[in-house]
Write a protein that binds this ligand. Structure first.
Ligand code: HEC
Length: 176
């Protein structure tokens, strides 16, 4: 009897799984290779994955308004209501390429992936300059961006990926 009950449950579960895989809902569309690439490319510290393009702080200031960053981060990036981009957390990030990568994949919120590489280089330059990490005239591109020395770079400890086990503390040691 026990086995019979179990059998019924197993058959019922397989039916649910088969049904879930079966019908097509005719919603959405298949992502294009270009869309997948935008979401599926993460840029590491050496910037090997960075696309061609370039930008300066002056261009970034214009893009910041034109692309609506101001709606959430304030007219100059210092006001919010979203996180303050000047004098806030990003100045503490270990790699300038992470800021490029984050803006490229996650911003502007609700229109992620809509920025061109030049716009992302410009926005990164604008924010790094406003945070006094690069000079106003600096041009950021595939070569110069990975060379930007973030103030916290020396405090970054590479993640022990091969030695990781549950409970391993986060690899960052950011001190005030
Ligand atoms: C609709 C609101 C909205 C818009 C528009 C927007 N952002 Fe954001 N942004 C956010 C929010 C909310 C967060 C925090 C997300 C989180 O922590 O998960 C954020 C986080 C960020 C961060 C990381 C900040 C940190 O300290 O971690 C950066 C950099 C950033 N945004 C840049 C931009 C840029 C550049 C634009 C314009 C292209 C933009 N954002 C447009 C809402 C917005």
């Amino acid at each position: 009897m026990q086995y019979l009950k179990l059998l019924v449950v197993v058959i019922a579960l397989s039916a649910v799984t088969a049904w879930a895989q079966g019908p097509s809902y005719k919603l959405g569309k298949t992502a294009t290779a270009e869309e997948v690439k935008t979401w599926d490319t993460s840029v590491g510290p050496e910037g090997k994955e960075l696309p061609a393009g370039k930008g300066t702080a002056a261009e970034g200031e214009k893009v910041f308004t034109a692309r609506g960053c101001t709606w959430c981060h304030g007219p100059t990036g210092e006001e919010g209501p979203a996180p303050h981009l000047v004098g806030g957390g990003i100045a503490g990030w270990a790699f300038a390429t992470s800021i490029w990568d984050y803006i490229n994949r996650a911003m502007p919120l609700n229109h992620e992936g809509s920025l061109t590489p030049n716009e992302v280089y410009s926005l990164t330059a604008y924010l790094l300059n406003r945070n006094k990490i690069i000079q106003p005239g600096d041009v950021l591109d595939q070569t110069t961006l990975p060379k930007v020395q973030m103030p916290n770079r020396g405090r970054y400890i590479a993640p022990p990926v091969d030695k990781w086990k549950p409970g391993t503390p986060r690899p960052f040691k950011i001190e005030p």
